[in-house]
Design a protein around this ligand. Structure first.
Ligand code: ADP
Ligand code: MG
Length: 485
């Protein structure tokens, strides 16, 4: 069933919460978000199952923070198995909830409980806690009127592995009976099912299938990390090395489609652009010549290529990374059809790398990093092909006739060399020797980038609630925070 939530606007969040999602750079809800959020907003209990990195924190964070009143006591409790996860979830909730003026306190062992208690009692609405410390605080009766109306167990299977199940059961004795309870877990072993049946009331089950179960096995997906100015060189080099029989290059804009097709034609390729500014008639002509193989390369925008059904497209190229996972899936689906193998190639700059990781997760795509072949590599590959085709060539009568003419003017060795040179020249392989960013350099760029800009969008960090946040989290101690990607 296709879900109708393809943007965050449609859920009906409080404006301040929607703003949090927008400012975090979220555009398309992940599958678990699209499915779980409407139920959570309705107030239903829920069991959510999805792989790591699929956006579960926002899946529970956005709707619950949108539901709570924002009064002077704890309304939302999230229990996570480890201190690292607590910090991570807390950071994410802070990021998403900061425009709603929500105060978040992180509670875990190994730190003075005095401050944690103080901050909670001073009116935080959101508490993210590890089981041990939380149980201490609840057992010693130090939290004033602690009655969260929404309780979330994050990474429940991990809690089981770490032996926290009894603590969890104990914690629930201190919680209000009237509450909304959500449980997230990558897997659902029996003890977790049992726990669920005790703490949840008529829960909805939302399960998102692991990535590789829905991927098209006939499409080999690759990406190449390049610098911005190397896109054209990379495309040309990949054409030389891959020698696609029929391909579509996707661009983000009409202008880019025009420019790129002009460039390819200038280099001797049979390419044409296809985009929405073209007249219906010329669009149809382009599609027709692509279908009947008069044209090898179609340079298209997403919109123009919608509904385009062409068989035997050997390669799909993403000149830029697409804006969202859906369009990635849509684009690459143009190849690997009807049991034929296809190759999907995406060019990304180090800046776009994060986007790629997001698409990988949300589209469940197995996209493998590759290096653009060097000029030498491609020449070598073409040479061995040339050798094979010369050895396998059939002799024609015309060739015999020409040879008798040439023999009078040039010796056999000279003749062979000249003929070979002509053939090599015809291959016309050029461009810079090496193209792209190698893994070591990429790693360095990414680390530098992370260090310089810990948050995606500038400004705004800290905000009005930093006094509730600063004493906690690794930020204060200057240690690097754990990163998902
Ligand atoms: P999980 O709990 O499923 O392992 P997280 O909630 O930690 O995953 O999310 C992983 C990353 O994805 C986080 O950096 C988060 O900010 C980001 N993220 C979550 N939802 C979205 C979205 N809809 N669009 C873009 N990024 C998202
Ligand atoms: Mg998580």
């Amino acid at each position: 069933m296709p879900n109708q939530h393809d943007s965050f606007d449609s859920f009906g969040f409080k404006p301040q919460i929607l703003k949090g999602a927008n400012e975090a750079g979220f555009v398309t809800p992940s599958p678990i978000q699209a499915e779980a959020i409407p139920y959570i907003l309705e107030g239903r209990d829920l069991i959510g199952q999805a792989q790591t990195g699929t956006g579960k924190t926002a899946a529970f964070g956005l709707p619950t923070m949108s539901r709570i009143k924002g009064g002077d006591s704890v309304e939302l409790l999230v229990i996570t198995p480890t201190r690292e996860l607590a910090t991570q979830v807390s950071d994410e909730l802070f990021k998403l909830g900061r425009f709603a003026g929500l105060r978040t306190v992180t509670v875990y062992g190994g730190q003075s409980s005095y401050r944690q208690v103080d901050l909670i009692n001073r009116g935080a609405q959101v508490v993210v806690a590890t089981p041990g410390r939380l149980l201490d605080l609840l057992g010693s009766n130090r939290l004033k009127s602690f009655a969260p109306s929404i309780v979330i167990l994050d990474e429940a299977d991990e809690m089981l592995d770490m032996g926290f199940l009894d603590d969890i059961k104990e914690i629930f004795k201190f919680l209000p009976v009237e509450r909304q309870t959500l449980m997230f877990s990558a897997t659902m072993p029996q003890p977790i099912k049992d726990l669920a049946s005790k703490i949840l009331r008529d829960p909805v089950n939302v399960k998102v299938t692991p990535p590789d179960e829905n991927a098209n096995k006939d499409i080999a997906q690759q990406y190449y990390v390049i610098e911005e100015h190397e896109r054209d060189d990379a495309i040309l080099r990949l054409f030389d090395s891959e020698e696609p029989s029929r391909s579509i290059i996707f661009t983000r804009t009409k202008k880019e489609a025009d420019r790129l097709s002009t460039m390819l034609i200038a280099k001797g390729y049979g390419a044409k652009g296809l985009h929405g500014d073209m007249e219906q008639k010329s669009r149809e002509e382009v599609i027709k010549s692509f279908k009947n193989s008069q044209l090898d390369i179609l340079v298209a925008t997403d919109v123009a290529a919608r509904g385009l059904d062409v068989k035997e497209v050997s390669h799909v190229f993403n000149y830029h990374i697409p804006f969202d996972p859906e369009s990635y899936v849509h684009r690459i689906g143009r190849t690997g059809r009807a049991g034929k193998k296809g190759i999907a190639i995406t060019l990304v700059t180090p800046l776009e790398y994060k986007e790629l990781q997001r698409i990988k997760k949300f589209a469940g795509a197995d996209i493998k990093m590759q290096q653009v072949p060097t000029l030498g590599d491609v020449k070598k590959a073409h040479s061995s092909k040339l050798i094979n085709s010369i050895l396998g060539a059939r002799l024609s009568d015309e060739a015999r006739r020409l040879l008798t003419i040439l023999e009078e003017q040039i010796d056999a060795q000279q003749l062979a060399l000249k003929a070979l040179s002509l053939l090599i020249e015809k291959q016309n392989i050029s461009g810079p020797d090496s193209i792209g960013v190698n893994p070591q350099r990429l790693e360095k760029l990414l680390t530098d980038h992370r260090r310089d800009r810990p948050l995606k969008r500038g400004g705004g960090k800290g905000g009005g609630h930093s006094r509730f946040r600063k004493p906690f989290g690794d930020r204060a101690s200057g240690k690097p925070r754990s990163k998902r990607y």
